[in-house]
Write a protein that binds this ligand. Structure first.
Ligand SMILES: [Zn+2]
Length: 149
């Protein structure tokens, strides 16, 4: 999608179009695109946040807030990995596949179906400790920033 298409779908009064826009924002690391979207969408933030989005186990508002935060971040020079601690639903495997992160398993706790990973942002070198737990078709993660040694 072009920046114009992404911002148009975020500004529409249609929840599935808004969510489609959120997915585009979430999957993009291109600051030129995201800044163009931010320029059109952020001044109308209140209007965008007003739409009813529902959702299942994970409320859809979560995806919207996370997209809006990503747009805010895109305006400056902060690395997008700053987003991870804001969302419990960034998928480690997917981020690694997109070459955003390198990650290694540190511990797997079979009893609670949880794992601990250490991840490094490939862009800025920030280190994270990622604790993952699963249940009922969703898994969520707690990202903690670690001091870079
Ligand atoms: Zn980073």
């Amino acid at each position: 999608m072009t920046p114009y298409e992404i911002s148009s779908s975020l500004l529409e009064n249609n929840s599935s179009r808004v969510l489609a826009g959120c997915v585009e924002v979430r999957n993009s690391n291109d600051r030129t695109i995201l800044r163009a979207v931010a320029e059109r969408v952020l001044p109308k933030r209140a209007q965008v946040e007003d739409i009813e989005l529902d959702g299942g186990i994970i409320p859809n508002k979560h995806w919207l807030q996370s997209a809006l935060t990503r747009l805010e971040i895109s305006k400056g020079d902060t690395c997008f990995c700053a987003m991870y601690p804001h969302s419990e639903f960034y998928d480690l495997g997917k981020e690694q596949a997109s070459h955003n992160l390198s990650t290694e398993l540190r511990e797997r706790i079979l009893k609670t179906w949880s794992t601990d990973h250490i991840s490094h942002c490939k862009n800025c070198g920030q280190c994270f400790e990622v604790h993952r737990e699963s249940g009922w078709h969703v898994s969520w993660r707690k990202w903690s920033e670690l001091e870079v040694p």
